[in-house]
Design a protein around this ligand. Structure first.
Ligand SMILES: [Zn+2]
Ligand SMILES: [Zn+2]
Length: 482
């Protein structure tokens, strides 16, 4: 142009230049022939399947993202110039130029009979192959027993970045190839885990964590449970190694508590669990509640909530309180009393281990196999899931109120003892302002436990009890304790 004298001006312009996403080389546009899939007819039934609730997204808001993509769908370029992949099943005749798409290899031109046939050298986009996953893995296109049994599947769990690349395409191809039948009923879009600095975890950037390394430190159970503890609803999360520390400690706590139970089973015989004390009724009622909450949580894929419930139940209610409340009877000389409390301890541990098993499979399995249970299976993995509606018969509000109050008083008195640094041997006397006789009776019943757990020497109770001079105050449900 310059030589011809036609150049008007030379100037620098800033503009965006495409780069290869892998090696960052500048990309030059290059026109070429490619294969495309006409997507609109495939998208229509897949939109309907979500509209009428055959496929449900969790959380539901992802359905809008799905609709947006599907309503604005474009033809899909499926040919790739790579070595690896399913080859495009199109055959060209070099003699007459005929082009044949065929499921079986073409060796003779159907138009001119020539044998100079060449298959397209391109391969299918990797997502084209991946969209076949729900049925191709089961032996499709053969009519295998696996296809008949497992298709449609139930739950698909994935990250939001491949909602369209993978999930939507599986719905479309599933319905296309499998007589309009959806590939799965529920799609869980789980939160994304970022590293502690809030960066995306990436192997190539070195911002990730090595699961094998974490398992080395915290155990496979500790890592798995620690990850679940960090999930709050649908929020993305920053990975915290501290939660893995508490999960490892949790596994140790369960292990130690279970060992304690196992070491205190002399004279144990399996049998019906019969709650004999308010503490027994309380822990069974808490178990009933736990079982219902775990079922509820799992039904709506609230894994974080479920793991926190299990954590609190084992750590606080079973280990810290029930085992402590049970010790008196475990050490008693009365064989019948001992057997009753042993049965509750074993029953609750058995049921709670089953509930925890999906989230901490190893430690629960190891403990469960040591329990003296009369079970049709020797592995927890195959044991029946707790029946929350049968367990609901144990629900007992009165026992819950009673033990909650006992815990409040014991915790309060222990706090006072610690604050004034009372030596363990020194007993404290309680002056309790109550609402009436029923509370005084309650104090009499629970006095032995208070005495054992909080070093209480005596108590006096009255509706008009005045606070003695220099006394500390503990507030418990319906009572003031001085
Ligand atoms: Zn590149
Ligand atoms: Zn031909």
């Amino acid at each position: 142009i310059e030589a011809a004298g036609l150049l008007v001006e030379t100037d620098d312009h800033v503009h965006s230049v495409g780069h290869c996403y892998r090696c960052h080389t500048v990309i030059e546009p290059w026109l070429s022939d490619q294969w495309f899939v006409d997507m609109k007819p495939l998208a229509e039934p897949a939109i309907k399947a979500v509209e009428d609730g055959r496929v449900v997204f969790h959380p539901r808001r992802w359905e809008n993202v799905y609709y947006h993509w599907m309503h604005n769908i474009r033809d899909w370029c499926i040919s790739r110039q790579l070595w690896w992949g399913h080859r495009i099943p199109v055959f060209y005749c070099d003699a007459c130029g005929e082009m044949t798409a065929s499921e079986v290899d073409v060796t003779v031109c159907p138009s001119c009979g020539a044998a100079q046939i060449r298959q397209d050298e391109d391969v299918l986009d990797t997502w084209f192959s991946s969209q076949l996953w729900p049925f191709a893995t089961l032996g499709w296109p053969e009519q295998t027993p696996e296809v008949a049994y497992y298709y449609p599947t139930s739950v698909l769990s994935t990250a939001r970045d491949i909602l369209f690349l993978w999930v939507a395409r599986m719905v479309m191809s599933g319905m296309y190839f499998m007589d309009g039948e959806i590939p799965f009923k529920d799609v869980i879009i789980h939160p994304t885990v970022f590293n502690a600095e809030g960066k995306r975890m990436s192997k190539s950037l070195g911002t990730g964590v090595d699961p094998l390394d974490l398992m080395e430190h915290y155990g496979a159970d500790g890592m798995r449970f620690g990850l679940m503890l960090q999930v709050t609803g649908v929020q993305d999360l920053r990975f915290s190694e501290e939660k893995l520390v508490s999960s490892r400690n949790f596994a140790n706590k369960i292990w130690n508590a279970s060992r304690f139970v196992l070491m205190n089973l002399d004279g144990y015989e399996p049998g019906e669990v019969e709650p004999a004390t308010v503490a027994d009724r309380w822990i069974l009622s808490r178990l009933a509640d736990l079982s219902a909450r775990v079922d509820e949580g799992l039904d709506c894929y609230e894994f974080g909530e479920v793991s926190r419930r299990l954590y609190d139940f084992f750590w606080s209610e079973y280990c810290d309180w029930y085992i402590e409340l049970a010790k008196g009877r475990l050490q008693s000389g009365d064989a019948q009393q001992r057997l009753a409390v042993q049965r509750v301890l074993v029953f609750v541990l058995d049921q709670a281990l089953r509930l925890l098993h999906p989230m901490m499979p190893f430690v629960t399995e190891e403990i469960w196999r040591r329990l003296p249970l009369d079970q049709p299976t020797s592995t927890l993995m195959a044991a029946a899931w707790p029946d929350s509606s049968a367990l609901s018969a144990f629900a007992d509000e009165g026992a819950e109120r009673s033990v909650t109050r006992l815990i409040e008083i014991v915790t309060g008195v222990r706090g006072v003892r610690a604050r004034y640094q009372l030596p363990p041997k020194q007993l404290v006397d309680l002056h309790v302002k109550t609402a009436g006789d029923s509370e005084t009776n309650w104090l009499e019943t629970e006095f032995a436990q208070m005495s054992r757990l909080a070093g209480v020497g005596s108590f006096s109770a009255a509706t008009d009890m005045a606070k003695p001079q220099h006394a500390a105050t503990v507030i418990a449900s319906g009572m003031e304790v001085y």
